[in-house]
Design a protein around this ligand. Sequence first.
Ligand code: SF4
Length: 395
Amino acid sequence: MRALSKVDLHRPPTSDAQLATMRAEVRAEAKDRPGVYRMLSADGEIVYVGKSKKLRTRLLSYFRCSFPEDKGARIVREADKIEWDYTPSEFAALLEELRLIKRFRPRLNVAMMRDARHFAFIKLTRGIAPKLLVVRGAGAEDAQIYYGPFHGAQRVGEAVRELNDALGLRDCRLDQPMHFADQPELFHLYPRTPGCIRHEIRKCLGPCVGGCTSSEYDERVRLVRSFLDGADDGPMNLLREEMIAASERLEFERAASLRDKVQRLEGLREQFIKFRFAVETLSFVYTVPGYEGDDRLYLIRRGRVRGEYALPRSEPDRVRLLEMVEDVFNPVERDTAQVPSHEIDELLLLSSWFRRFPAELGRSCAAKAFVAEPPPLEYDAANDPIFTSAATSAA
Ligand code: SF4
């Protein structure tokens, strides 16, 4: 990373004089090239992180906001100091911005959080008697298992209810005490009353009241994971069997209700299939021409950046790079809709980047083709499909 440039003012953030000095510093020092910037309060808190492909222009725009309620005006009026780093490209700036936001969680970075909240995720909690939750965006805890992202939180919520009911999983509060049937020593301490009606109406195995052993409950959790991983249709098959039985008993209303449940689960499964397809298409070597020849290669697999390297300039560097490509792409990975929580934001960022700039895919190359025909030792600008119009996003 290049040396940090700084504007260090140590003055009250709302002072017009301070703003004028900050602007003068930006005008004098900042270059119009890709980079990330941090707005710091007087006590050193990073209050906002941003990126731009034209850093100087972007920073100066903060001082041109016409109204105090403008987002830019509000941000810069909280800042006492601006720091920035240059990056080789807008794509590199985008990745670095994400990393800084995840690391420092600046309070004014609501825009990115709002993006993440457009999507719903299914979260499988850990610990005793895991349960499914529908959440918007990934939480801060890295230890949880997430499936998604999905559109339509309400529909996903209904499908999760069907899953819970079909498999007898609990949906009560996380702090509800659990008493499995294989923990009989506990029952003289606790009454045998379930925490809710779901056990009595056979929609929950009742781990709160000894209705099942821990291994019986774990087996249902295994089934739900298997369904969410796309490995089997166990919950749908259970509902279909019930539907046929209800129909044979001439209980047509119940059979119709079970059919609707099956359809909701099928809708969820469709979303999984689409999601897995989208993730799989985000697997390639991506070459990004950089500022003043700082060209980079990104090894992207299943929607996550697994490696970032300078374009090789010598034969030994090229050999090392090919080894890295094989290390990243050769290991077999399970085809699943499961995403580690710390990778969700990156997955959303990459899919949004290539959706906004589909021409960038012209700079990608499947790993096998890349290994079969390694890159030249200099970036081949003449053959770049979008070299002259690359990354034309608004700053
Ligand atoms: S029956 Fe018990 S474990 Fe099941 S949802 Fe109700 S309170 Fe939770």
